[in-house]
Design a protein around this ligand. Structure first.
Ligand code: ATP
Length: 346
């Protein structure tokens, strides 16, 4: 049975400080699971434990139904049927593109010529068939990335681990490579774990994602769940834009500066003082004052290419984040309506 990836209570401590601190999760077969978190939160350590490059201090890892780490078991990286795509690309510099892709097949015992032929369809998949004779040094960053992907395909990896693979690329190439990575993941049939510190990239790619901090998972869910219903202030502020403001909550409504607006909360949320996350797209800018409107003064503005993002300080002191299709100017008075908010649990 193909059980995907199952990780239970995994822990790894370096010099008395936990880098991975009791993490448990289950990734379904063929899922693309993204782990996002700030530098130093433990993402790479977690990936290295799954790859078998490091041994955990506690917990278990099962890959596709087989225990590969834990309870006295430590399966070598080679025996885990795992492909890596790391930032450093890790291509063989003295081999051509074709030989790099054919390498896992040769390592598995296939003759050189047969391995080179078997590499061809994988080179075509990543559109590198025209560059097969080149050495990695004569490729762009994005092309090297694609060689690493083709090598994963050729190796028949059932688990693909990607550690910030797009970090060295310029923004335009990143967007192209994101599309290619998604296509690659789907055609490979592999279960993929992708780590990044870029929450935008995480949301664009993930079937489900985990937000990691201090060696732990703060929340696991689809990008939309995490964006719309963050479990804590930390998650709300790390994922997407928006403002966390104090409100009074009760009966599916929140009150801010004497104005009530619809608010969702987890079942069992007690009425009373609470914190709400208000996303920019849930705040409507009105042509003028009207009942149920809040008024404020624009503080900072940022042009985001086609839209203006602004911080609006309300009369009561709370600061909202707005997004608007027309220029907003610091000092300008603005009336807004809050369409809905999410009450942070607690
Ligand atoms: N071999 C090691 N020896 C000692 N400490 C380590 C080692 N590897 C990682 N750490 C520490 O463990 C913590 C987690 O590191 P890790 O590389 O997993 O973080 P990360 O989230 O991948 O960060 P980045 O995004 O910067 O790569 C950090 O505090 C790091 O300094």
């Amino acid at each position: 049975m193909d059980g995907g990836i199952e990780v239970h209570e995994l822990g790894k401590t370096y010099a008395g400080t936990p880098a991975v601190d009791g993490v448990s999760f289950h990734i379904a077969p063929r899922e693309l699971f993204v782990i996002v978190g700030e530098s130093g939160c433990g993402k790479s350590t977690l990936l290295r434990l799954i790859a078998g490059l490091d041994a955990p201090d506690r917990g278990t890892i099962r890959l596709h139904g087989e225990t590969v780490a834990g309870a006295g078991v430590m399966v070598s990286p080679e025996a885990r049927e795992t492909g890596f795509v790391f930032q450093s690309y890790a291509l063989w510099p003295h081999m051509s593109v074709r030989d790099n892709v054919a390498f896992p097949l040769q390592a598995a015992g296939m003759a050189r010529k047969a391995a080179a032929e078997a590499a061809e369809p994988h080179l075509r998949t990543v559109s590198l068939d025209g560059l097969a004779e080149r050495r990695p040094e004569a490729l762009s960053g994005g092309q090297r990335q694609r060689v690493a992907l083709a090598r994963c395909l050729a190796g028949g990896a059932r688990t693909i681990l990607m550690d910030e693979p797009l970090a060295n690329l310029d923004p335009h190439l990143r967007a192209t490579m994101e599309r290619e990575l998604l296509g690659f993941h789907r055609s490979s049939g592999a279960t993929t774990i992708y780590i990044t510190h870029d929450q935008r990239e995480a949301m664009a790619l993930a079937d489900r994602m985990a937000v990691m901090r201090n060696g732990r998972f703060l929340q696991v869910g689809t990008p939309q769940e995490i964006y719309d219903r963050p479990r804590s202030r930390e998650v709300a502020e790390f994922i997407g834009h928006g403002a966390v403001v104090p409100v009074r909550y009760g009966d599916h409504m929140a009150e801010l500066d004497g104005v009530r607006f619809p608010a969702e909360a987890t079942a069992g949320q007690a009425p009373g003082d609470a914190l709400a996350i208000l996303r920019p797209e849930a705040i409507e800018i009105l042509p003028g004052a009207e009942p149920g409107a809040l008024t404020g003064t624009v503080r900072e503005t940022f042009y985001r290419g086609g839209t203006w993002e602004a911080e609006l300080e309300l009369a009561g002191g709370a600061v909202l984040t707005l997004s608007h299709g027309a220029p907003l100017v610091p000092g300008q008075g603005v009336c807004v309506r809050i369409r809905h908010g999410w009450i942070l649990p607690g």
